[in-house]
Design a protein around this ligand. Sequence first.
Ligand code: ZN
Ligand code: ZN
Length: 588
Amino acid sequence: MKLRCLIGLVCGFGLGGVVQAAPLQPPTLAAESAETRFERDVHQFLESLWRLDPDAAIWAGRYEGAARLVIPDAVRQAEQLAFIDRWHQHFSAVDAAALPTRQQTDRAMILARLESDRWQLTELREHQWNPSDYNIAWALDYILNTAYAPQPQRLLDLSARLAAVPAYYRAAQAALKQPTREHTQLALLQAPGVLAVLGEIEKAARDVELKPKEKRHLAQGLAAARQALAAWQAYLKKLDGELARSGKARSFRLGGELYEAKFKQQIRAGIPARALYERALAAREELLTRMEALSIELWPQVMGAAAPPADRYARIGAVIGKLSEQHVAPGDFYAEIRRQIPLLNDWVVSKGLLDMDPDKPLIVRETPIYQRGVAGAGIEAPGPYRPQDRTYYNVTPFDNIPPQQAESTLREYNHWILQILNIHEAIPGHYTQLVYANKSPSIVKTVFGNGAMIEGWAVYGERMMMESGWGGGTPEMGLMYSKWLLRTVSNTILDYSVHVLGMGEAEALDLLMRQAFQTEREAREKWRRVQLTSVQLTSYFSGYSEIMALREARRAALGEKFDLKQFHEEFLSYGSAPVATIAALMGR
Ligand code: ZN
Ligand code: ZN
């Protein structure tokens, strides 16, 4: 399989024999255009970024720094700030007007990213209050399981990385100032996952040819890492106890000022968080009105002769509750997801919604243990430098879940919602979008992807499928789709209410369960997630409402010439840029 080489800068770097490097035209010095110069700048910038931050590089699919675990101390922070300032100055000085639109937006995204990084280091300072920030497991797992080099070389990289683990946890401990109890407990919850990855490394080493000295070094590294992890756990346990007694833990609520700043930098919607919150309140009213009409229509056939309650939430809730009894058995959950993926693929192609790349298979698997704890299901895609790798659909399994809780989750992901989940996560949602993004001619838009565009696309994909008739346009599907969209809208309301308006647990659970018809398990998981994350939960509704507005504006502007498939493919072709940026590119 060959990697499509779209611009010079992604090609030919340590990717082994897979890549066919397209040689850049050697520019004569006098004729070097602003465009070529910018491309070279971006290349240098990214290469320095990957050298500075080997973990970010691994995330993007670059493994040259795999052997190096960066120690998160004060020296490190000074390095990061110097890097940010140097490159911010550099790209600020570039004359944007001399660049084509595509590069103007790349420049804007780089500057925005650098400003956001600086703000996170100096204002948000999560490294001081979020112990779960210090998680070594995922990078170890990637190094162990990605075929960037032969297995013995990967084990040597791991061996070098493990040797730095004691210093890593010592620095982490020194950096923590006033953590939240919620993030402290999350770090404790994730520690066994780190231990599990260390065990996998040990197991892999048994079957690999290494020199005796190398074996010894790896064994020492593993032993030291286990010891350091145990010390870290003991420290966190003690810290959590002290925070509980003293009442001096930091609040998990971000507060209005930090929230608006984070929203502005991460969502990039062009409106304040407060305005999005108000838009969500209006969308909620509209959805409830539609759901009420559907539940009146469905009442006789679903509920029979029982008298409908007068309360709107009670009436909608009763119909949803009854329909939710139709769900798969716990043991059939994965099989059903696997069965649906090719059906969705065929539908999207045959209805002329999008073309799908048959060379990029999606693997459904159980979520690796160290990643569990926040979300229930998600797509894990290869970075832009490794488009030849597999894309996984991680689903958290039902093992060790009490039967009552499993039943609650299965009712939530009932016959209809499970289809919408697959649409959102896989086709034409995240999986499809990421396959397109990795082909994008802009590496910047791919590596600095905008979360609101990514989540907004997945939510828009649900709408696209409903409009094309998936699910037969039945009132049952209509009601369940509305319930799902209400969840998206409620995510925004909940996040803003909790972090800015001080909403408490009881009020949050009422918003999600009684007023948004979620099962208790789903609602409790969301309550947990809103304590551990901020702003991210608004990205779904923000991106969705922007994409819908863009599509309708294009339809109005193009009239008869508007073509839905062309709109979808053009929209995705720019990579994961903010929706407003894509709108500017499409409107040229
Ligand atoms: Zn059941
Ligand atoms: Zn999503």
